[in-house]
Design a binder for this molecule. Structure first.
Ligand code: SF4
Ligand code: SF4
Length: 332
């Protein structure tokens, strides 16, 4: 999901915690605003003036961030919607850096300006992850529904690479781009050989219900067989698939479910609701009216997740298990 979670450091840190609950890593959906309207987007339905008015203010974000830091959190992923669509994004970002968090930014790349890239150069994030779902203008904008977004995204990528900032491009595989995924990966590899820092690449295929509950996004979803075919066609994808499966199996065997949601990870939505993860918003704790400490330690452990059944009740490593809705957000 974010930069630290799969590292040796993360594994050793988790071992030292010896199962103790600790808010190691958080994902924060700063806004549902976005300048694009991607066909599979689950936050777009709340990209309305009325919902935007209800989002956390900068003062509220700062107060909550202070509390998160006091509890020892190391890593924050700032996402959206499009986080750069918040006019105060750089204030939020800079404050997070000043508090000492390792900050990852998920963005669609189209709002990255010289000023933002220069700011990141002076005060760099741990990782910038840009959604890149199509290799040509036509396929890219068929997904984003934003005329000009292809060029703007490429310009954002150029600004980041020019400054040698850490960059990951990522693609959500869908019916509309299934034949392009491997070509996009080749393009990213080419970027890595064209000078400058290596550009990382992530492939996912997760589609989620929209936040208002509507499910018309699933028309774009690949079947399990189609995902399997893409992953088997590329050695890196297949190695990563098997690695993820092994990690899931180990977590299951340790009785930890599929993730650390509520145990050492958490999610906060644009309205200050603390949740287990971005894919499970069945229950929330309102950080506007309570403290992060109380929410994380007293409430999250009680929140339900249907994907946390005992091992025997799940088809361990089955495709359905792998495609549960709580993994990384693939869009910005
Ligand atoms: S997927 Fe990301 S870039 Fe696309 S509309 Fe949603 S928030 Fe914006
Ligand atoms: S949906 Fe998945 S990631 Fe989210 S809390 Fe449940 S098991 Fe964890």
């Amino acid at each position: 999901m974010t930069t630290l979670q799969d590292t040796e450091f993360s594994r050793q840190f988790s071992a030292k915690l010896a199962g103790r609950r600790f808010p190691f890593s958080g994902q924060w959906e700063l806004t549902c605003r976005c300048n694009l309207r991607c066909v599979m987007c689950y936050t777009d339905c709340f990209n309305t003036p009325d919902m935007i008015r209800q989002e956390l203010s900068l003062a509220e974000i700062i107060r909550i961030m202070d509390e998160i830091q006091e509890e020892g959190c190391l890593e924050l992923c700032l996402t959206g919607g499009e986080p750069l669509a918040r006019r105060d994004f750089l204030d939020v970002y800079t404050y997070a850096k000043e508090k000492g968090f390792l900050v990852t930014v998920f963005t669609n790349g189209t709002l990255i300006t010289e000023a933002i890239a220069n700011h990141w150069f002076r005060c760099p994030p741990s990782m910038i992850e840009i959604s890149f779902h199509g290799l040509t203008r036509e396929s890219f904008e068929r997904i984003t529904q934003g005329p000009g977004s292809y060029e703007r995204c490429l310009e954002g990528i150029r600004l980041i690479r020019e400054r040698n900032l850490p960059l990951t491009l990522k693609t959500t595989g869908m019916t509309v781009n299934r034949d392009e995924v491997l070509k996009i990966k080749n393009f990213v590899e080419y970027l890595g050989t064209a000078g400058g820092k290596k550009v990382h690449y992530k492939f996912g295929a997760e589609i989620r219900s929209r936040l208002d509950g509507s499910e018309n996004v699933y028309q774009h979803q690949l079947s399990a067989e189609e995902i399997d075919k893409i992953e088997r066609a590329d050695e890196d994808f297949w190695v990563e698939r098997r690695r993820q499966d092994r990690l899931s199996a180990q977590r299951q065997l340790r009785g930890e479910g599929l993730c650390g949601g509520g145990h050492n990870k958490f999610h906060i939505d644009a309205y200050g609701q603390l949740q287990l993860c971005s894919g499970n918003r069945r229950q929330s704790y309102d950080l506007r009216h309570g403290s992060f400490q109380e929410g994380f330690y007293r409430f999250l452990p009680r929140f339900p997740c249907p994907y946390r059944q005992p091992l025997a009740q799940q088809e361990l490593l089955s495709i359905e298990t792998r495609r549960h809705p709580g993994t990384a957000k693939e869009g910005a």
